[in-house]
Design a protein around this ligand. Structure first.
Ligand code: SF4
Length: 282
């Protein structure tokens, strides 16, 4: 008999629930077309669901010619908001308040004269948004080795992409302390992220098989899969229950499930039902 356990913290976070509610309300109430600037969240299944409900994706501000433009949870660079308003679009800001906190911290550190480093994934929309909020001169540090390519000032300010691990932040901060006179770190990692990572680690340590649900393009889901795989080699990252294979569960007694911060609870429920059915018929 297989037991299925769900991580203590898993699935859609506050910022994602809030953005989805805003998008659905706009689809219901707003006049004219409703679009998100890029996918609202990193979950293709949810983006398809929204399209069916009347919320489509604009790949750029210039391709949204009228109606409402929703800014996604990751935030955007400020000049895009100005461009959208100048085009006469109604801008609905679904940027997560915790991402906005990172923007505010970045601006404050720059104002206080620190050279700003953003610990995060280069090119990720959230990191681009933080860089945009900070203004010229801010740099991204994805890995320790990136520090070698930066001409470091004496006073360094650090903020971090909300979905990074505390270990990554600590590693980079330790290296900076050895090189700079003053290091001011604002830990902008979101509690939803650390809670999900901690819960995934605890669960993976005791499970035979781990299923991680969420967009393959979702950084926080990929990190959950990495954390899980470090303790449970039989970890599978799926986006959709159609990817589940019954052979993964042969001989398993404990199956753990976790899900990224952009995975609705309904997707977790579906996975539980499908895995249960596969195990019962094995
Ligand atoms: S993970 Fe945190 S920062 Fe990102 S959308 Fe969710 S609540 Fe906001």
């Amino acid at each position: 008999m297989v037991e299925i356990e769900i991580a203590a913290h898993a699935g859609a976070c506050y910022g994602v629930e809030r953005a989805l509610a805003m998008a659905r309300a706009a689809a219901r109430d707003a006049e004219g077309p409703v679009r998100t600037l890029g996918p609202l969240i990193h979950n293709p299944l949810v983006v398809d669901e929204l399209a069916r409900e009347g919320v489509s994706v604009a790949q750029s501000v210039s391709t949204a010619d009228a109606g409402t433009l929703i800014l996604r949870t990751h935030g955007v660079v400020p000049r895009l908001v100005e461009q959208a308003r100048a085009q006469g679009l109604h801008v609905l800001d679904a940027t997560c308040p915790y991402v906005k906190r990172a923007h505010a911290a970045a601006r404050r550190l720059v104002r206080q004269g620190f050279q700003l480093l953003v610990v995060g994934e280069a090119g990720h929309p959230e990191v681009e948004g933080i860089l945009g909020a900070a203004g010229d001169g801010a740099r991204v540090v994805s890995r320790l080795a990136d520090l070698d390519g930066i001409d470091l000032a004496e006073r360094i300010g650090v903020v971090v992409q909300t979905t990074q691990t505390i270990e990554r932040l600590q590693q980079i901060t330790d290296a900076l302390l050895a090189r700079a006179r003053e290091v001011c770190v604002v830990n902008t990692i979101c509690a939803a992220t650390t809670d999900r990572q901690r819960a995934a680690r605890a669960l993976a340590e005791r499970e035979d098989v781990m299923i991680v649900i969420g967009g393959k393009n979702s950084g926080n889901t990929r990190r959950l899969a990495e954390i899980s795989a470090a303790s449970c080699p039989k970890t599978h990252h799926i986006e959709d229950v159609a990817e589940l294979e019954s052979s993964w569960f042969y001989g398993a007694r404990l199956v753990g499930i976790t899900a990224g911060a952009s995975t609705p609870a309904a997707h977790i429920d579906r996975a539980v039902a499908v895995i249960g059915g596969m195990c019962d018929s094995a």
